[in-house]
Design a protein around this ligand. Structure first.
Ligand code: GLC
Length: 514
């Protein structure tokens, strides 16, 4: 009977007749639907499901288990430090900046969701004064249409943006017609370096298709060819991974920096290691001058590629991985980075709606598509500590409209999900950082007691901006390094490195001139 009324009303709606009738009857119909749904039977209760989710996400997070994960990660490192052409990648950067370097450089930062073209001025150490300055910067969104640009089409797009940035009168003022701009590139993907300014393009994650038809080709030539075609006054002097760029930019201001973490769309860690930490075969094509003068090297660990069968995963993580464009390519990243935290929550929401009656069993339409729940929405939910959750309810409803607005208990459940997913990510990140801290201490012949404090430059939307994330990760790190024997107050200190990719790209060019 009810369905008859409903289809009749829909017919009337279609006929756009009787609006007043609709407005008086509909709410009671919605009420009746809710009451009918209330009696709709679900496989389980929301509380029962939440208890299971809490157990799955929290039980792996005690210090002893995280230390075991760190130890097993170190076991996974060993063979890759000997031989791998996709991770534990040495760069051609072996010197850390002195902080006295100075000059004006063009810096490119190709991230997972943004392309930045900047002019950076390094002024060197002046007590109390900023030693790095962005003169101009243009940001270009990398949305799905850009990610799907194949092969040289992507590099053409980049050159077009570089051209636009250079045409800026502010930049024109800085250009010297005699010589082109020295340019540094921070590349947020693996690259097999063949010199400070060149490298073979390796597989790219994050949904990019730029490697189609260009895999293995020289990245600097792929970028410089379309720049030359446009007669752009630039010369690519340095290619560096974004995590290594973050390390250099932090080290330019804080010489105790030996690590850098990127946790934004993607995830990675760069570390300054003794040359001997990697097998000599990793330096097979390096110039003798490098091997003669270098004692250390900046290593792009591509840590996102580790962790398979080490970090406990849930059925939602396994679904995300098995339906991913590149399953198992970056298992660690799938558990902690901004591209995936929202997707993990969405998969749980889909199940909770179907089996436990979240949203009265009616999934907001948009959420049926993958990657439609953004990690920034989780952050907004966690930021809303108000009793009635008005702002996050409004935000969620505006982003994911539905004929049935989310109830207070629905939004409470969503907020709890955000807390559990981000907490696990902070703990797993701490285990990852701890594993590399141990690797470096051993490689340097130090002990946790003698290693002192190590600064880590941090960059990326999740570690910089996700509410409480960095503090929570720092607490886990203090606990883990404490258990490993670090003296109180020593261990690891997370330090935000703002705009580190563009600053680091500039510092990497300046270091070459030193
Ligand atoms: C991905 C890339 C890596 C990059 C990281 C952060 O994991 O493979 O090269 O550093 O994202 O952007």
């Amino acid at each position: 009977m009810f369905d008859f009324w409903q289809s009749l009303l829909q017919a009337l709606e279609r006929l756009a007749m009787l609006p007043s009738l609709l407005h008086s009857v509909l709410p009671s119909l919605l009420y009746r639907k809710r009451r009918r749904d209330a009696v709709r039977t679900y496989e389980r209760t929301m509380d029962d499901l939440l208890r299971e989710i809490e157990t799955l996400f929290e039980s792996p997070l005690d210090a002893a288990k995280l230390l075991r994960m760190s130890a097993r990660l170190q076991e996974q490192f060993a063979p890759k430090l000997q031989a791998s052409d996709i991770c534990m990648l040495p760069s051609y950067n072996y010197k850390l900046p002195s902080g006295l370097e100075h000059g004006t450089y063009m810096a490119l930062d190709v991230g997972g969701s943004t392309f930045r073209v900047a002019v950076v001025e390094l002024t060197g150490k002046n007590p109390g004064a900023k030693s790095m300055r962005i003169v101009t910067m243009k940001s270009y969104k990398i949305d799905n249409s850009v990610r799907c640009l194949k092969g040289t089409d992507f590099f053409d797009w980049m050159a077009e943006k570089v051209g636009t940035a250079i045409a800026d009168p502010e930049v024109q003022k800085l250009s010297d017609n005699e010589k082109p701009f020295g340019m540094g590139l921070a590349w947020s993907f693996p690259v097999e370096q063949t010199s400070t300014r060149s490298g073979n393009l390796l597989a790219m994650g994050k949904g990019f298709r730029a490697t189609e038809g260009t895999l293995g080709q020289d990245l600097s030539e792929l970028i410089m060819a379309p720049c030359r075609r446009r007669n752009l006054p630039v010369r690519l002097d340095s290619i560096i991974n974004d995590s290594s760029a973050t390390l250099l930019s932090r080290a330019y201001e804080d010489p105790s920096t030996r690590f850098a973490v990127i946790l934004g769309t993607g995830f990675n860690i760069s570390v300054h290691l003794p040359l001997s930490a990697l097998s000599p075969s990793k330096y097979k094509n390096y110039p003798t001058s490098f091997l003669a003068s270098a004692t250390h090297v900046l290593v792009n660990t591509e840590l996102s590629m580790f962790g398979k069968n080490i970090f406990p995963t849930t059925r939602w993580d396994e679904h995300l991985n098995s339906t991913h464009l590149r399953p198992d390519f970056q298992p660690f990243e799938h558990l902690i980075s901004g591209r995936y935290l929202g997707e993990i929550a969405r998969l749980i929401i889909v199940e909770a709606t179907r089996t436990a009656g979240l949203f009265s069993g009616k999934l907001p339409d948009k959420l049926s598509e993958p990657y439609t729940l953004d990690t920034t929405t989780l952050a907004a939910l966690q930021l809303d500590t108000s009793k009635n959750l008005t702002s996050s309810t409004q935000l969620f409803s505006s982003l994911h409209p539905s004929c049935i607005p989310p109830s207070h208990s629905d939004v409470l459940f969503l907020r709890r999900l955000a807390e559990l997913i981000s907490k696990r990510a902070a703990a797993y990140l701490a285990a990852g950082i701890h594993s590399l801290w141990c690797l470096r201490i051993q490689a340097e012949g130090l002990t946790p007691q003698t290693a002192g404090t190590m600064a880590i430059g941090c960059n990326g939307s999740v570690i910089e901006k996700y509410p409480g994330f960095r503090d929570r990760c720092q607490r886990y790190l203090d606990e883990l390094t404490g258990f490993s024997g670090a003296n109180k107050g020593d261990g690891i200190r997370l330090e935000v490195a703002v705009e580190s990719a563009v600053f680091g790209a500039a510092v990497s060019v300046a270091c070459l001139e030193g």
